[in-house]
Design a protein around this ligand. Structure first.
Ligand code: NAP
Length: 336
């Protein structure tokens, strides 16, 4: 089978190789991967910024979807032909995250190769079925960014109709956050770098948009749009460049889901956090139980992810370069 392998950090070192097709163990399903999607984390892993001590070679990319091609002797939950997605956190099934689970993310280490290969074997507990209304390409967008946005707003955030949600930028997490917030009847204020992307956000249901390039003090605009009260929830993906502004944008007693560091890690002033009784909650994707609840809701409303662009398997490096440029709106998919 063909697989992409990274034997040295740097996108120029990501190459297609011939590899052995895995043989599923007794508790495993063998999945013929049909599509994969990109996350910002994949760029960090490939460049060596995610974990400079990571053991190589590694097959990158955490998010994929495919068809069960073979099953091990003990497998009962799936059969050949079923459509599945591997979990991002392979060993987080329910309850609180623990250390072993947190170290089981796909595509982040040589012990847990990712999905940029034609076949991969997973424990049957570590995959989940694809809703009928979704294609492989659409399903491949869900395991990381959709579940992260869901956890931030629903499991952790408990978002309610009538509340206001602030999203930052138009990458994978933020676009799912817009869709999920609207699904729960919340009002959405969304920031972005361009008026063209702002128009797309409006078309997707965002109530207000702010161009953070032409309005660098966008936190003042957020307060103006919320009668000087602030928003109930912030889906914080920016890190250093945005966290202080996010703190200034949230209402007293509101919550900030700390998810990402697109602009680097941040050092913050803690005083406004306790003076204004703000809740800061770190989010690490989500458990299989959360994924199941999200899929039930997506199935009920026939939710479709926003795919910006699709690339062929052989053009995976072009897809990653396209992501690096930050021109995308939503998800970038690789079709096998
Ligand atoms: N904790 C977790 O479990 C978890 C899970 C998933 C992702 N993450 C993290 O969340 C972040 C987003 O991931 P992603 O995959 O959604 O990324 P992505 O798709 O690559 O999103 C990139 C987009 O974010 C916007 N952006 C870039 N820099 C920004 C800034 N300084 N301020 C505001 N917006 C900015 C840009 O959109 P505009 O042009 O519209 O501004 C850009 O196109 C990353 O840091 C990632 O590592 C964490």
């Amino acid at each position: 089978m063909k697989a992409y392998e990274l034997d040295k950090f740097g996108l120029e070192n990501l190459r297609i190789v011939e590899a052995e097709r895995p043989v599923p163990g007794d508790d495993e399903v063998l999945v013929k991967i049909q599509a994969a999607s990109l996350n910002f984390r994949d760029l960090m892993i490939i460049s060596g910024k995610y974990n400079p001590r990571m053991k190589l070679p590694v097959v990158p990319l955490s998010d994929g979807a495919g068809e069960v091609a073979a099953v091990g002797a003990n497998v009962t939950a799936f059969k050949v032909g079923d459509r599945v997605m591997p979990l991002f956190v392979q060993k987080w099934f329910d309850g609180k995250l623990d250390k072993a689970a947190s170290q089981s993310s796909l595509g982040g280490d040589a012990r847990s190769n990712g999905v940029l290969r034609e076949y991969a074997a997973f424990n049957e507990r570590s995959v989940i079925g694809i809703p009928d209304h979704l294609s492989y390409a659409e399903a491949a967008t869900l395991p990381c960014t959709a579940l992260t946005a869901w956890n931030a707003l629903v499991d952790s955030g408990n978002v309610k109709a009538g509340e206001t949600v602030l999203t930052l930028g138009t990458g994978g997490v933020s676009i799912f956050a817009v869709q999920i917030a609207k699904l729960f009847g919340a009002r959405v204020i969304a920031t972005t770098s361009s008026d063209e992307k702002a128009a797309k956000l409006k078309a997707l249901g965002a109530d207000e948009t702010i161009n953070y390039r032409s309005t660098p003090d966008w936190e003042a605009k957020v307060l103006e749009l919320t009668d000087d009260i602030g928003v109930d929830h912030v889906v914080e993906v920016g890190g250093a460049a945005t966290i202080e502004k996010s703190i200034a944008s949230v209402r007293m007693g509101g919550s900030i889901a700390l998810i990402g560091s697109l602009s680097g890690g941040a050092t913050i002033n803690t005083v406004p956090i306790f003076m204004r009784s703000i809740r800061l909650q770190g989010i690490f994707v989500g458990s299989k139980a959360m994924f199941g609840r999200m899929l039930d809701e997506f199935t009920r409303v026939k939710m479709r992810p926003v795919i910006d662009r699709r690339f062929d398997f052989k053009a995976a490096c072009d897809a990653l370069r396209y992501m690096e440029r930050g021109e995308h709106f939503g998800k970038i998919v690789i079709e096998f």
